[in-house]
Design a protein. Sequence first.
Length: 497
Amino acid sequence: MNKLDKSNLLDKLTQNFQRLDEVAESIGVPASTLASMVSQLEEEKSVELKREERTIVQLTPEGQNALKELPERKLVSSLVNEEEVGKLLERTGLQPVALQWAKKNNWVMLLNAGGKTLVKKLPEAGTKSNHEILLAKFYHDPIVKTTEELRCAKELRDRKLVKLLEQKVLFVKLTGTGKVSSAKAHRSNVELISQVTPQIVKFGTNAKLREYDVQAEVAAVYPGKKHPLQIMADRMRDVLVGMGFEEMDGPIVESSFWNFDVLFMPQNHPNRDLMDTFFLKQPSQAKVEPKLADIVKQVHINGWKTGSKGCASQWSINEAAKPILRTHTTSTTYRYLNKIGTGEIKSPARFFSIAKVFRNEAIDRTHLPEFHQIEGFVAADGQNLRTLMGVFTDFYKELGISKIRFKPVFNPYTEPSMEIFGYHEVLSKWVEIGNSGIFRPETLAPFGIKQNVLGWGLALERAAMILFGVDDIRKVVGASTDLQWIRDFPELPEVLR
């Protein structure tokens, strides 16, 4: 088709819905060109449009390989008897996420035997998982048809097994008015043009210019802007600075010594297991100050000078020197407490940080393997747990979270300890937003600190969920981010003003 006008477009349409892209192909023009004309024809009541959105699932190369056998299926297939977690993963060459999915599918269970974590196969391992079933389905039929299929497709996308493509399909059909218009167009010899070319300007034309719709929608433009979590972090920083805190920072790649050992966390503690911590192959060892390490070792074994009996566990410098991605920013707190002990920082002191931490956790609506923690501590005389509760009450009130409550909890490095919960109006439930307590003498004595030190780690993303009314953190950050929500997010939301 050399020229696109109402006559030859309406000729191609019927009074049954047709896909616009198929009509465009039959006429020989791009679908985008045709879309502007049918929008005008819709206003003239000559055509009726129907818009549909659907999700298309496209398998990645990893997904193609997983069609044969998912990692969790390979894991349970190779498991005969109960086997230690580390040995099983090393033997199969699989990542811990395979074990997590096998556990989630109820194919295996974890047992604790003599300080070792064992994996046991369950009878349900013989059944197919939703991921296995739907991965095969999407290979043959890529269109998502149900809410359950969409939920599963998003999980497969998070595992990098598929890509999700949002496809908008436009259908068009001729109306009675359009049929009449088509007949009139055939009787008219007046040529309509929608674009003025250099030739027309130079030589003129007998054709009539088509009217332009100056109110037609144009493509939205989304300039660069701050991410909602950055806006949230900036607001938290302003509040904490206003409360008299100074900002601190520390390394992302941390030694197990600063991340676990100085916190009086036994070297056989479950949190140090491969299931919770990202260990690094390079560097193979982190630097640990020998004199301080020897004191911490004595604290673990017999309590040293604290009056404690220690944690009655073996202690190895090789275990303490293992490099990891920090699981919390409490390691930064203790680096600064060490500075107080050496006199580099004077007490009383108030410090905070807002930084990323990493945990080997399964992803769900409130958990991510990479997230931000608002760390803080107060080193001063004459303070107690009520002081700590007051800090949180003031902090969250300034942010706009008025419904908070506290719950006693056990932590290896604080006593007493408490969790902080905020009420999520959208989820209609209390959500944990932080952990806190007063640091134990066993963690302070190696630095020569005798006064009470209040400490905490708060969740930035979960506080953001409450303030922004988000029911799934994956909409805000990560591979499943709702980009339109990010684009529409105001530079300064009402809840943070």
